[in-house]
Design a protein around this ligand. Structure first.
Ligand SMILES: [Zn+2]
Ligand SMILES: [Zn+2]
Length: 152
């Protein structure tokens, strides 16, 4: 719960009004870490809390939160954008493995070595503030499923 307060504080620091609906949307994202919700998922969950929330409010709020860096937007597939709270701490940085067969998203810890940022800077004079790695392939279950299909 303390984390939601720090997120709200951060919004206020950026001079963004924390309306009831924005707070609800932030709360949903905070309570569903690792879920990678779509705008529609958030809308459905938000409706249960406050039925005056509209889908357009959800879209607008997500765009706003994304633009100020509070949440991250991902395009794992051609379908819908997915959202999650941005990694505030270095140790929270994670990457995503996306199964092409069933669409499952697996979070993995940050394997990129510490010298990555330094190397980027040395070669490009570019300050790396955020990075993510998207790996697509086949999950364990789907590998099994597909190999069984081949043999039967
Ligand atoms: Zn994630
Ligand atoms: Zn799969």
């Amino acid at each position: 719960m303390s984390e939601i307060i720090s997120l709200v504080n951060e919004l206020e620091r950026k001079n963004i009004k924390v309306t009831q609906q924005r707070r609800i949307i932030l709360g949903i994202l905070n309570n569903n870490k690792g879920e990678h919700l779509s705008a529609r998922d958030i809308y459905t969950l938000g409706k249960d809390i406050d039925d005056s929330i509209g889908l357009s409010t959800v879209y607008r709020t997500l765009n706003l939160l994304r633009d100020v860096g509070i949440i991250a937007e991902y395009h794992f597939d051609k379908e819908f954008a997915k959202y999650e709270i941005s990694c505030q701490k270095e140790q929270d940085i994670h990457h995503h493995l996306i199964c092409k067969n069933c669409g499952k998203i697996i979070e993995v810890e940050n394997y990129l070595p510490g010298y990555f940022k330094d190397e980027i800077y040395d070669k490009n004079q570019f300050i790396c503030q955020e990075f993510s790695l998207k790996v697509s392939g086949l999950c364990k279950e789907c590998q099994q499923l597909l190999s069984e299909e081949k043999t039967s």
